[in-house]
Design a protein around this ligand. Structure first.
Ligand code: UDP
Length: 390
């Protein structure tokens, strides 16, 4: 079965996890494809650097409609119509439109009608009121039920929230994200040692937490836990991507207030995550709300470092507690500190077994090849008009 020709449509030009997953998907897509992005930014550069045909169509007034707010105004609706016409034109030479984000799906749904192409929504968010207004969820789910040929959920947790919000269960298929292992395998012992020496010379234990800065990602929990572990250094890696500058300022104040400036480093956005994870002793994931997937958890496994992650959402599908990592309750610095102590106290041979098992598991369950072929299967079914799954 050859893969269909796809117009990938996505909203943000920033390089968040959803965009990084689309980058690998589009770069390795085995058939004709174009990515249309509704904002310029580093994601566009990254696509072009990998020779993916890419275009930009700015969102206009639709950009200011917040996911927490209700119905869009007239300006936003006019922009949907304008954009849909352009997207439909780009979709004509393709077989199917893949919408990688919620706003992209709204535009794609209209464009699909105009171009007479099926639309598949790749859902990468947990649709609950922790992140979206009730009106927003209702509108998105109604639109999906009416217009999506299929909904790809990036985890069972994401699929479950869609169903719980009234989404048609027959539409949904789970495809886990794939992370290329090569970038992690390529890190040498010397690279890691150099990074460690440069950033935390003499540190007894370094924990690394990688994530954009946002209150729900829970970096404050890592800082609070570190304060109670006197010989532990923490690298907080990531920047506020979607306007969470206040939270970044709060984290800086927390570090100062707890007097851990010599042990907690806010490293900002980094492009050498594989090296930093290998240079650390433990990888920590600290989201306080359910993570739709959690690429960084798989990345920790691929780095052959013990991973401590919060037990919620997609993470529970990635880590088997005590077997391929350690799960802790979300938002609990005491439990996190205790887990760090426990992992440090593990006999080296046992830790090695856990880390190797996690690596093997990550390679076999979260490959880019599997992600591409599973998405291709769903898109092919959408194109052939196969009846919705039961
Ligand atoms: N990331 C990065 N540099 C940073 C912070 C994050 O390269 O400074 C990457 C990280 O390695 C991961 C992605 O951004 O691949 C974040 O994806 P995840 O699913 O963990 O979270 P999301 O941003 O989608 O909520």
């Amino acid at each position: 079965m050859s893969a269909p020709r796809v117009l990938f449509l996505t909203q943000s030009g920033e390089l968040g996890g959803g965009e990084r997953s689309l980058l690998d998907l589009a770069a390795q897509w085995p058939s004709e494809r174009e990515v249309m992005v509704l904002a310029d930014g580093p994601f566009v550069e990254a696509l072009r650097a990998r020779d993916v045909p890419t275009s930009i169509e700015p969102l206009g007034a639709l950009a200011s409609v917040k996911r927490e707010s209700g119905a869009p105004g007239l300006g936003a609706l006019t922009d949907v119509a304008r954009l849909a016409t352009r997207v439909a034109k780009a979709a004509k030479p393709m077989d199917v439109i893949h919408a990688n984000s919620q706003k992209a799906f709204v535009v794609a749904a209209a464009a699909g009608l105009l171009a007479r192409r099926p639309v598949v929504w790749h859902l990468r968010d947990i649709l609950t009121t922790a992140h979206f207004s009730a009106a927003n969820i209702r509108a998105a789910v109604m639109l999906a039920n009416a217009r999506a040929a299929a909904v790809i959920a990036n985890s069972e947790a994401t699929a479950e929230a869609f169903r719980a919000a009234g989404g048609n269960a027959d539409l949904v298929q789970v495809v886990h994200n794939g992370i290329p292992a090569g970038r992690f395998d390529a890190v040498t012992v010397a690279d890691a040692a150099n990074a460690r020496r440069a950033l935390a010379p003499g540190a007894g234990c370094v924990v690394a937490a990688v994530s954009r800065l946002a209150p729900w990602k829970g970096q404050h929990v890592v800082i609070a836990a570190t304060q109670t572990l006197p010989d532990v250094h923490a690298w907080i890696i990531g920047a506020p991507l979607f306007g969470e500058d206040d939270y970044a300022a709060k984290l800086r104040a927390q570090v100062k207030g707890l007097e851990v400036s010599d042990r907690v480093q806010l490293l900002g956005e980094r492009h050498d995550v594989p090296t930093l994870l290998r240079a650390a002793d433990i990888v920590v994931h600290s989201a306080v709300d359910a993570e739709p997937f959690g690429r960084v958890v798989v990345e920790g496994m691929l780095s052959r470092r013990p991973v401590i992650a919060t037990s919620a959402g997609g993470v529970r599908e990635i880590i088997r507690d005590g077997d391929t990592g350690v799960l802790v309750p979300p938002g609990d610095p005491v439990a996190l500190a205790e887990a760090i102590r426990r992992v440090r106290a593990m006999p080296a041979a046992l830790r090695e077994v856990m880390v190797q098992r996690a690596y093997d598991d990550a390679v076999s369950r979260f490959s880019v090849e599997a992600m591409v072929s599973n998405v291709a299967r769903v898109l092919s079914e959408a194109v052939s008009g196969r009846p919705r799954r039961t």
